[in-house]
Design a protein around this ligand. Structure first.
Ligand code: 5GP
Length: 132
């Protein structure tokens, strides 16, 4: 079982900002930029390459809903929507996921672990439909 399955099962906590029948979206713990979110299918599959077409569609559709919420709540317009597929591509959690990374400047994107992680609670409060 992967870490993301444990987030789906609520065995480990996450800042969940969107959920529907097929998908879950939560803030990435590293916050490469403020609002960095992961969208995952509830039915596990290893990667983009193993996902069936319905799963791909559900995840992309949820990703757009989430990105629109980020646009509105964080006043950001542009995004990188990325899926790392396989270890050589940097995939570290083998449950298919899409990164939604809001862009606040056009400088090269460097995914630095923890770069904005200290602000995750306040970012969550801005984005969540049900702030704590
Ligand atoms: P990958 O490297 O597989 O494309 O992305 C995995 C992502 O999962 C990384 O960006 C990493 O920061 C994130 N991540 C790893 N562990 C956790 C965790 O416990 N909680 C959350 N919210 N994100 C995590």
């Amino acid at each position: 079982m992967t870490l993301f399955q444990k987030i789906i099962d609520r065995e480990i906590p996450a800042y969940i900002i969107y959920e529907d029948e097929f998908t879950l979206a939560f803030l990435d713990i590293t916050q490469a930029t403020p609002g960095h979110t992961l969208v995952i299918p509830k039915t596990p599959t290893t990667s983009f390459m193993s996902a069936d077409t319905k799963t791909l569609a559900h995840v992309q559709s949820a990703a757009q809903i989430v990105a629109k919420r980020l646009q509105e709540r964080l006043n950001v317009q542009d995004f990188n929507i990325i899926s790392n597929s396989g270890p050589l591509a940097g995939q570290t959690v083998f449950h298919y996921h899409v990164h939604i990374i809001p862009r606040y400047s056009d400088k090269d994107l460097i995914i630095e672990h923890g770069s904005h992680a200290d602000a995750i609670e306040s970012i969550y409060q801005k984005i969540s439909t049900n702030p704590k």
